[in-house]
Ligand binder design. Structure first.
Ligand SMILES: Cc1cc2nc3c(=O)[nH]c(=O)nc-3n(C[C@H](O)[C@H](O)[C@H](O)COP(=O)(O)O)c2cc1C
Length: 303
């Protein structure tokens, strides 16, 4: 029983080279699909067991003798590469240095982001984990300040035509059917935010995408875990930081596109069935931060 994704409905194929297999059973241990089993001292594959091969590639990646090959569900013979040497990997301190240096950047230099850096961000984003492989995350890349402004104006127009939803009378009608917190967010944040975006736009200032020279919108098929685009976007954001770019997540777009926005989705080639996700703006920071900020989670408790 293959787990369907937007791109694949079949299991991947697993082949075992018995000449090379030493029956260490590591593949069986890591496989959670789980079509691998041991029979008469041999590793066997039965795609009817559990979910069959979901194409995670772990069996081939863990095999010490290269006895396993997987193909299908976006896994190719070239998908398996050497692991970077330990001394080239960021340790905790290096990773923390990158993470605490990052700030949400909303002021950008008048400079485009080079294609090479866009490619590097996307390469890093594609390493993110996903609910079920292969990733169903799609990325709309909007290059250049003018195009980002056009996208922002189109979004603003969409918000403008839907702002009645967040008007006081409409919110009061909705109130008995929605949670108190949802009501408060719509009343105290979304509604005034739309007003502010409109007001600022009249002054030729973009408070939605902040005049950024690059934007990406991460969204995902209805098959996928709704968390997938957010995780992929987080990887992209950290990669941007490592490349000397500033970035800021923009959460307002996903929910705005959730209902309606048919023309907008058509124009930007967004699958109308996809689940909403998150946007990120990128660019070279025009402001230098002198200090980092201590942040705290709302609560950590152990059981
Ligand atoms: C899911 C998410 C959505 C966000 N949406 C917006 C947004 O729409 N507009 C904006 O200016 N900043 C947005 N931000 C940035 C936050 O406001 C920012 O992370 C927060 O103020 C903390 O600042 P820091 O990232 O510099 O630590 C978003 C951040 C996240 C994680």
């Amino acid at each position: 029983m293959a787990i369907p994704t937007a791109r694949y409905r079949e299991n991947a194929t697993v082949r075992i080279d018995y000449e090379k297999c030493r029956v260490c059973k590591l593949c069986i241990e890591v496989c959670k699909g789980a079509p691998l089993y041991l029979e008469n001292g041999k590793i066997m594959v039965d795609q009817t067991l559990y979910f069959g091969c979901i194409g995670c590639g772990h069996c081939a990646a863990v095999c010490p003798t290269g006895a396993i090959s997987v193909e299908g569900r976006d896994i190719f013979p070239t998908s398996f590469m050497d692991i970077p040497k330990e001394e080239t990997r960021a340790d905790y301190e290096e990773l923390m240095a990158l993470m605490i240096t990052r700030r949400s950047i909303r002021e950008f230099e008048e400079r485009n982001v080079e294609q090479e850096k866009i490619d590097s961000i996307l390469a890093a984003a594609s390493t993110a984990p996903m609910g079920i492989p292969p990733s169903d995350v799609e990325v709309l890349v909007i290059r250049g300040k003018e195009k980002v402004r056009e996208f922002s104006d189109d979004l603003l127009e969409h918000m403008r035509s839907n702002k009645w939803i967040f008007s006081k009378p409409s919110l009061l009608l909705m109130r008995p059917f929605i949670k108190k917190e949802e009501y408060e967010v719509m009343d105290k944040f979304i509604s005034p935010a739309i007003e502010t975006f409109e007001e600022k736009r009249k002054e030729d200032t973009d408070w939605l995408l902040y005049g950024a020279p690059l934007a990406m919108y991460f969204h995902v098929s209805p098959y996928a875990d709704p968390a997938d685009p957010f995780i992929t976007a987080t990887y992209a954001m950290l990669a941007a930081e490592a490349l000397g770019l500033g970035s800021c997540m923009i959460g307002t777009i996903g929910p705005m596109l959730k209902n309606g926005g048919k023309g907008l989705k058509e124009k930007y080639g967004l699958n109308p069935r996809n689940q909403p996700g998150i946007a990120i703006i990128f660019g070279y920071p025009a402001v230098k931060y002198r200090h980092t900020i201590q942040r705290n989670l709302a609560k950590v408790h152990y059981y």
